[in-house]
Write a protein that binds this ligand. Structure first.
Ligand code: FE2
Length: 199
């Protein structure tokens, strides 16, 4: 009865897969493990940003925006060091785990850097990409800060809070730059483009 044999074989395969998946879920069985996983995600994300931020600074036309990225690059170096201190508190070697989300955000950002267009519109577009990155980091640091508190890792919680504050401040600085100069300039460019195309 080959049909029955095939069906049994399929069930065996399904069972093996199920066990494997269950094992994967079972592995993440403590808050400590989740905390470490998220720290590794952030450690890798920060390293990706160390490479991306100089490119963003170079691509920005506004001097203020360039300055904001340069400042954030320096802060990012401290973020990496703080994470290393947090790993030390855990007696863990600092280790990253590829952050696919940051990879995607940076990839999208690089697409903008290759675009041709009006300076202020491109700057507005770079700000969108940078704010998406900041929001990702704010979510990550907010979570690990809370986990650190829950696990009684008070020194680590403090370090993570300091970085979280800097990520939030960067996001607010980008907001201010967009609202005060770059967006109004982008509106002007848009009106000019409309006028020259006879609309
Ligand atoms: Fe950071």
């Amino acid at each position: 009865m080959p049909a029955l044999k095939n069906a049994l074989h399929q069930i065996q395969i399904d069972y093996k897969t199920l066990n494997k998946n269950e094992k994967r879920i079972m592995k993440l069985d403590t808050l400590q493990k989740l905390y470490t996983n998220e720290l590794r995600d952030l450690y890798n994300a920060e390293h990706q940003l160390l490479k991306a931020l100089p490119k963003m600074a170079k691509a920005a036309s506004s001097e203020e925006l360039k300055g904001a990225f340069e400042k954030h690059l320096e802060q990012t170096k401290s973020h990496v060091k703080r994470l290393e201190q947090v790993f030390e508190e855990l007696d863990e070697k600092p280790k990253g785990r590829t952050c696919r989300a940051m990879k995607g955000l940076i990839e999208e950002g690089s697409e903008i850097l290759r675009e041709d267009g009006e300076e202020s519109i491109l700057d507005a577009s770079i700000i969108v990409a940078a704010q998406k990155v900041e929001h990702y980091e704010i979510a990550g640091y907010g979570s690990v800060r809370t986990f650190a508190h829950l696990l009684g890792q008070n020194k680590a919680a403090e370090l993570l809070q300091t970085t979280l504050n800097e990520e939030s401040e960067t996001n607010e600085l980008l907001n201010r730059l967009a609202e005060s100069t770059i967006n109004p300039e982008a509106v002007r460019e848009t009106e000019l483009a409309g006028a020259s195309s006879g609309r």
